[in-house]
Write a new protein. Structure first.
Length: 266
């Protein structure tokens, strides 16, 4: 049975998701603006954020917010219980009619993620986790994959954009992972990449330079499914970055050795 807290989060996520699903059907009519190079925001991102803020602030008026579209330069939750929210993770997919995006909500208390929800409105897949209580996909308990061999593993990543000019470091990592694993995937939705590691669909995932709202919910979901999460060089993961490596416990160290010490080719 879900706790009252998770119910509050699921209600907010599904309400925002309903709006995203509706907008996705008429995406060509949406207003879109640019926040920076290759960084778009649509009416739908903003509307979903507003819906979530409203739902969560009624349910828990004393909690703070760190939300992508209204973060105003803040990158880290403070000491008070804080909702860390990505109202639409995968805006580029959404705007191109690719049916792969998600709503991501996390509760962070004293620096620790204590609850997380990632909801894919198109596939109707709801990933939830609460600290110490396991991770679930639509009420089915999740467990990371048991694969032990790199050459049988499927690993996800994100390709740097947003004005990054030096792709050399990423290309060196990619080359190393390509050479040793069974394949690399890049779907452009960090919260779902993490949820898929938790579900055993991917054996690992790495990316750098994202924000707390991309990672927070997914990190807890992976850990509660028995996976390991760190920075790419093996140090303790931090919500404000700079990098992430999530994997099943058998492959985490091997992947870290592969990508943690790469130098830029540029
Ligand atoms: C993006 C996604 C994607 C990652 C990008 C993010 P947004 O978030 O999480 O996986 O590779 O860097 O910006 O902007 O669509 O919420
Ligand atoms: Ca964005
Ligand atoms: Ca995001
Ligand atoms: Ca977003």
């Amino acid at each position: 049975m879900r706790s009252p807290l998770i119910n509050v989060m699921v209600k907010a996520a599904t309400k925002a998701a309903r709006r995203l699903r509706r907008d996705f059907g008429e995406v060509e009519n949406l207003q879109v603006s640019r926040k920076g190079p290759a960084d778009f925001v649509s009416q739908s991102d903003l509307k979903a954020e507003e819906i979530i803020r409203q739902e969560l602030s009624v349910a828990r008026p004393e909690f703070a917010f760190l939300m992508e579209e209204s973060a105003g330069g803040v990158t880290k939750p403070g000491d008070e219980p804080t909702w860390v929210v990505d109202p639409l993770d995968g805006t580029a997919n959404f705007l191109h009619g690719l049916p792969h995006f998600a709503v991501s909500l996390a509760l962070v208390e004293r620096g620790e993620v204590t609850a997380g929800v990632v909801y894919d409105p198109i596939k109707e897949e709801l990933f939830v986790a609460e600290r110490g209580k396991g991770a679930y996909l639509n009420d089915r308990r999740l467990r990371v994959s048991g694969r032990k061999r790199l050459d049988e593993s499927l690993v996800a990543t994100g390709i740097p954009f947003k004005g990054v000019r030096d792709h050399g470091l990423f290309l060196a990592e990619l080359e190393a992972v390509m050479a040793e694993t069974a394949g690399v995937r890049r779907w452009g939705v960090a919260s779902l990449d993490l949820a898929y590691v938790a579900a055993g669909r991917y054996d690992g995932y790495w990316e750098r330079d994202l924000a707390a709202w991309d990672w927070a919910a997914g990190v807890l979901i992976v850990r509660e499914a028995g996976g390991y999460v760190s920075q790419m060089d093996g140090r303790t993961f931090a919500l404000d970055g700079p990098s992430i490596l999530a994997a099943n416990p058998h492959l985490h160290r091997d992947l870290q050795k592969l990508i943690g010490r790469k130098k830029s080719r540029a």
